[in-house]
Design a protein around this ligand. Structure first.
Ligand SMILES: NC(=O)c1ccc[n+]([C@@H]2O[C@H](COP(=O)([O-])OP(=O)(O)OC[C@H]3O[C@@H](n4cnc5c(N)ncnc54)[C@H](OP(=O)(O)O)[C@@H]3O)[C@@H](O)[C@H]2O)c1
Length: 325
């Protein structure tokens, strides 16, 4: 098998595309022939040694992938050779094959394409948990999505629309704003050229958004929190800009607003039934055509470094997918 090996976590430039013996699965394990894997922002942080989770070296990065079960170890009952599967969270996805615990895998529903599946669980799982569960978003409310043309951002536009909300999508370029419009955003703000606070005010008739979905953080957080509506919910998704913002708490008092943390991986671990219910609703929405991952590019697995370069320079629209053909 071929894999991207991280022996020195100083960044994507140190990753090596190498050939290793294809291992046999042990008890409780499965070998998956990977069809597609997608990049999530934490994949970049992990190979830079900047993520909270630091795998022992050497490791194969790639937390989200889909594929076909190729061999099963002793005691595995839930999966058989030939099953289509998808997973998030275990690592090892940037390669042609991976050994993983069977318990880590989910069956891939009929009709769910491998590339869509590889680009789905993390962004849509996070965003469903964020908007519907943590944010209690209701039909008719207004949600402001930051970084709206990115992975979780594009999922947020689609899920908010599926929930009947009005969406204001904010991003750093006119090109990204145009994509957000295509995805159904009711209005857009280019926060590189526009005045964020003035535009939010104008687009909400002075009331401010009911829910803010923020995967960017940095210097966007305070002006946006100052613009939130009465009883607003500010969803803390991530800090793609790098800086972790601090907010004056008097602003929360003045707006009767909530700062709501979102940690999908921990939610799925602690509340597996609630997480499964959210994913089942998402799978139904996918089957009905209400949501569909936006795939920026499909690159061969060997082009991981190009993909990381695109992600770290903010060029990605939606999700980058690597495939083995
Ligand atoms: N809480 C959770 O459970 C959870 C789950 C998944 C992801 N996340 C977090 O959500 C964030 C976004 O993840 P993603 O996979 O959607 O990433 P992504 O596709 O790269 O999108 C991130 C967006 O952030 C914006 N951005 C602003 N400054 C940036 C910078 N310096 N570098 C890169 N992007 C920058 C970009 O939009 P503009 O160019 O339009 O500004 C970009 O589209 C990450 O921090 C990730 O860790 C959290």
């Amino acid at each position: 098998m071929q894999v991207w090996l991280c022996e020195n976590p100083i960044g994507p430039e140190a990753l090596v595309w190498t050939t290793l013996p294809t291992p046999e699965p042990k008890e409780g394990e499965v070998r998956v022939a990977i069809k597609a894997a997608s990049l999530n922002f934490p994949d970049l942080l992990i190979v830079q040694n900047k993520y909270q989770m630091k795998p022992p070296l050497p490791f194969v990065p790639g937390s989200e992938y889909s594929g076909i079960v190729e061999a099963v170890g002793e005691g595995v009952t839930g999966f058989k050779v030939g099953d289509r599967v998808v997973t998030f969270g275990g690592g090892g996805g940037f390669g042609t094959h991976v050994i993983t615990k069977a318990a880590q895998l989910m069956p891939l529903p009929e009709g769910f394409a491998f590339d869509d599946a590889a680009a789905f669980l993390c962004t849509y799982g996070t965003t469903h948990h964020a908007l519907i569960d943590r944010g209690q978003l209701k039909a008719g409310e207004t949600v402001l999505v930051l970084g709206a043309a990115g992975g979780v951002g594009t999922a947020a536009i689609q899920i908010a629309k599926a929930a009947g909300a009005k969406v204001i999508a904010a991003a750093s370029s006119d090109e990204k704003c145009a994509l957000c419009k295509e995805l159904g955003a009711d209005a857009t703000i280019n926060y590189t050229t526009g005045n964020l606070r003035d535009e939010i005010k104008a687009l909400t008739g002075g009331k401010g958004p009911d829910v803010v979905y923020d995967p960017v953080g940095g210097d966007l957080a305070e002006p946006v929190f100052r613009s939130i509506g009465w009883r607003g919910r500010y969803l803390v998704i991530g800090f793609a800009q790098g800086g972790i913002p601090a907010l004056p708490l008097n602003l929360a008092l003045l707006k009767g607003a909530s700062i709501v943390g979102v940690f999908w991986g921990e939610f799925a671990r602690r509340e597996p039934k609630n997480s499964a219910a959210g994913l089942a609703e998402l799978a139904a929405w996918y089957a009905q055509g209400k949501i569909k991952p936006v795939i920026d590019q499909r690159l061969p697995m060997s082009a991981l470094k190009d993909a990381f370069a695109r992600m770290s320079t903010r060029k990605v629209h939606g999700k980058l997918v690597l495939t083995n053909d």
